[in-house]
Design a protein around this ligand. Structure first.
Ligand SMILES: Nc1ncnc2c1ncn2[C@@H]1O[C@H](COP(=O)(O)OP(=O)(O)OP(=O)(O)O)[C@@H](O)[C@H]1O
Ligand SMILES: [Mg+2]
Length: 258
């Protein structure tokens, strides 16, 4: 039944306790990502999107429910996904290229091979010449790109990206979206992508989950119809505007509901 599902979240719940008070953040989250599918998660700030990715990555434990990857129970297990956290988490004492290869090194790659890869990719994300610099000399957007590249090169089949383009200006963001689409269309990794931008979700995804405010449930699921390779021309189509409106209304209903 579940044979081509890369990832399944099965009735995930998550509460946090603080000073004797328990707050339910995730009330009931079930979702999936198919092999090679690009899925976005969209929802209000504080709804638990980052928490969901942390649960998938084994960095936070769900209060109830299960995570399955390739039909295996992996709840709480680490090291199985490529993960780009919301904050860029670069190591300040490592050079840019050393930061890029961290995940590869952890996964057991030879350092020299990993460095060859990093040096091949850094110019492609506009960071040629920065290989031996430290993160402190980079802008927020440049740091995000390094963090993104690190996740990309870690080569797990499922990539979980937490607002990877949040700190970028509109033009760079569009460039990065196109670039990500190109890479994804070429490599067909499975992606779970967190964003606040309905347009970004529509442009990139095969499917979009809309989350409510906390205690969070999945409000709606949207299928995005455009074929691949996808061109930014889709964003000016009438259907794009209609879907955008439908997602907006779904989010609005979630807001009114709580
Ligand atoms: N370690 C923690 N301890 C207590 N509460 C936490 C912890 N981590 C997250 N929370 C709470 O869980 C809720 C969801 O947080 P999360 O960061 O997952 O939201 P988000 O949807 O990613 O928000 P944003 O869009 O702003 O990034 C928030 O109310 C937050 O305060
Ligand atoms: Mg977040």
């Amino acid at each position: 039944m579940t044979h081509n599902k890369k990832l399944i979240l099965d009735h995930i719940q998550k509460s946090y306790s603080d000073k004797g008070q328990t707050e339910i953040v995730l009330k009931d989250i079930s979702m999936y990502v198919e092999q090679g599918e690009f899925v976005s998660l969209i929802g209000p700030s504080g709804s638990g999107k980052s928490t969901i990715l942390q649960i998938i990555g084994g960095l936070a434990a769900p209060t109830a429910g299960y995570v399955q990857l390739d039909n295996q129970m992996v709840t709480g297990k680490r090291g199985l996904i490529s993960y780009m956290p919301q904050a860029d988490c670069l190591f300040p004492w490592r050079t840019i290229e050393e930061n890029v290869i961290t995940a590869l090194e952890v996964a057991g790659s030879k350092r020299s091979d990993a460095l060859v890869k990093a040096r091949e990719w850094l110019p492609k994300i506009g960071l040629g010449g920065y290989e031996k610099k430290l993160p402190q000399v980079l802008s927020g957007g440049m740091r995000q790109r390094v963090s993104f590249l690190r996740a990309l090169l870690s080569e797990q089949e499922l990539m979980c990206l937490d607002e990877p383009f949040g700190a970028l200006d509109a033009l760079t963001r569009l460039d990065m979206q196109k670039w990500l689409l190109g890479i994804w269309e070429q490599y067909q990794r499975s992606v779970l992508f967190v964003t606040h931008s309905i347009e970004e979700a529509l442009f990139l995804s095969d499917r979009i989950y809309v989350l409510s405010e906390k205690p969070t449930i999945v409000l709606d699921e949207f299928h995005v119809p455009w074929e691949r390779p996808r061109d930014s021309a889709v964003t000016i189509s009438r259907e794009f505007q209609q879907l955008k409106q439908a997602i907006y209304e779904s989010m609005q209903r979630g807001h009114d509901h709580s």
